[in-house]
Design a protein around this ligand. Structure first.
Ligand SMILES: Cc1cc2nc3c(=O)[nH]c(=O)nc-3n(C[C@H](O)[C@H](O)[C@H](O)COP(=O)(O)OP(=O)(O)OC[C@H]3O[C@@H](n4cnc5c(N)ncnc54)[C@H](O)[C@@H]3O)c2cc1C
Length: 404
């Protein structure tokens, strides 16, 4: 991207941009827009930073991530880490069957990293004084020439452009498009992160630097290595990220799974330590019936697994005057595409490019930006649904109800 200094409006004032949400989409948009000379303020509801990334803050956004080329390029352009230091390379995919034997292998070099690693990199170059934690956006009003953003603590911020990068449960989307609600896809991902050092040497060797997959009726399990909690890449210090996609019927069955240890029902995420022991025990039994030994073992070794139900979301529009939605606030695509972060980053980079090309005319830039982003979101959404269907995930009930 061409960088310049000071994108201005007709009155020669620098563009002031407010971003709601300081995760992948928000940080990338913040950096890209600062790169073209905008004044950017990011407001993040959660209170976490490089020093105190809490486990739930990390896990809720995809503990492990497949790094796409665009992300690598973005980091390099901002003087950040290179591929060699960002993640662990998985050299090939190995597909195993019930007895644990490998039935197919293919060379598919891919870089795997973790949400915490990527977050830390991006935060390093976004100035602290413009990143406001613990700031929840609750509403927005706009006129022809400005947007006013309201916060839970009563504060108001005026800007030329508001970017809603506030994720699957976006407050801004709920205000602007109340009928657009994420649709449960009919299955959940049971997930875990295990220190590599806790694995038996046989298992560690079998999984090392491979993407291991198992397909069963109405389920899929997979795992790969990601950096350690502080970005460690040395053998023995990394982590195994595993997922087990499992059909769970909407309604009572989903409610049972998603009820936390305090009795509340979570919608988008059930963090570590909050999954009820009785549900974990039922799944451990199910694992013995359905999964190859190696995945049973990963489940067994994981003290506190966590659960992420899979949702689909697509929008008819992403632009509302001087407000736009990016990343998961606009489109939620299935994780099989490994493209959620790529999509958020691409939305952000291309927004900066359009703003630069339109010399700071926000409305004109957004009008040009929207159609391509909608096309990308719709394409990835369809791709994800197809990949899920092909694995029998979702609305295909291929087993008896397990949970009561
Ligand atoms: C099981 C699973 C596996 C995945 N694997 C991958 C993968 O391999 N590769 C990949 O690229 N993607 C993957 N993803 C998707 C990826 O996690 C998301 O697409 C990506 O994190 C989206 O980034 P985002 O910034 O748009 O939203 P989020 O990361 O959800 O961030 C939204 C931010 O907004 C904040 N916020 C929310 N409301 C407010 C408010 N009112 N005011 C202020 N702040 C607010 C939140 O606290 C949060 O920090 C996976 C997802 C799942 C479910």
């Amino acid at each position: 991207m061409q960088l310049n200094h000071g994108i201005t409006q007709h009155n020669s004032k620098r563009l002031r941009v407010v971003i709601a949400g300081g995760s992948m989409g928000g940080l990338c948009a913040g950096l890209a827009l600062r790169g073209i000379g905008c004044d950017v303020e990011i407001f993040e509801r959660a209170s976490y930073n490089e020093a105190n990334l809490t486990p739930s803050a990390v896990q809720s956004r995809g503990a492990g991530l497949v790094v796409q080329m665009e992300i690598n390029r973005f980091l390099a352009e901002h003087g950040l880490t290179t591929a060699e230091t960002l993640g662990v390379t998985s050299w090939k995919r190995q597909y195993i069957i019930g007895d644990g034997s490998i039935i197919w292998e293919e060379s598919t070099p891919q870089l795997m990293t973790s949400w915490d690693m990527l977050y830390r990199q991006l935060r390093k170059v976004f100035p602290d004084q413009h990143y406001h934690q613990g700031s929840k956006v609750i509403g927005v009003e706009q006129s022809d020439d400005c947007v006013v953003v309201r916060f839970e603590d009563g504060r108001k911020e005026k800007c030329d452009l508001l970017i809603g990068a506030d994720g699957i449960d976006s407050t801004i989307r709920q205000q602007l498009l109340p009928d657009a609600v994420p649709q449960y896809a009919g299955y959940v991902a049971w997930r875990g992160l295990i220190d590599e050092s806790l694995l038996s040497s046989d298992v560690a060797k079998f999984l090392a630097e491979q993407f291991t997959l198992f397909h069963g009726p109405g389920m899929q399990a997979l795992c790969y290595l990601v950096p350690g909690p502080n970005g460690e890449l040395d053998e023995g210090k990394r982590r195994i990220n595993w997922l087990w996609y499992f059909n769970v019927l909407d309604g009572d069955e989903l409610k049972t799974v998603m009820t936390d240890s305090q009795g509340g029902v979570r919608k988008f995420f059930l963090p570590q330590g909050e999954v009820r022991e009785s549900v974990i025990q039922q799944m451990r039994v199910a694992a013995k019936g359905y999964l190859p030994e190696i995945f049973q073992y990963l489940f067994e070794v994981t003290e506190k697994p966590f659960i992420q139900p899979i949702y689909d979301l697509s929008l008819p529009r992403m632009v509302f005057g001087r407000v736009c939605l990016i990343g998961d606030a606009a489109f939620v695509v299935r994780p099989h595409t490994a493209a959620g972060t790529f999509k958020a980053v691409t939305n952000a980079i291309e927004l900066a490019q359009e703003l630069q090309e339109s010399s700071g005319d926000v409305v004109a830039a957004l009008e040009k930006w929207e159609p391509i982003q909608l096309a990308m979101g719709n394409y990835l959404k369809l791709l994800g649904v197809n990949l899920g269907n092909r694995s029998g995930l979702g609305h295909y009930v291929l087993r008896d109800t397990l949970l009561h």
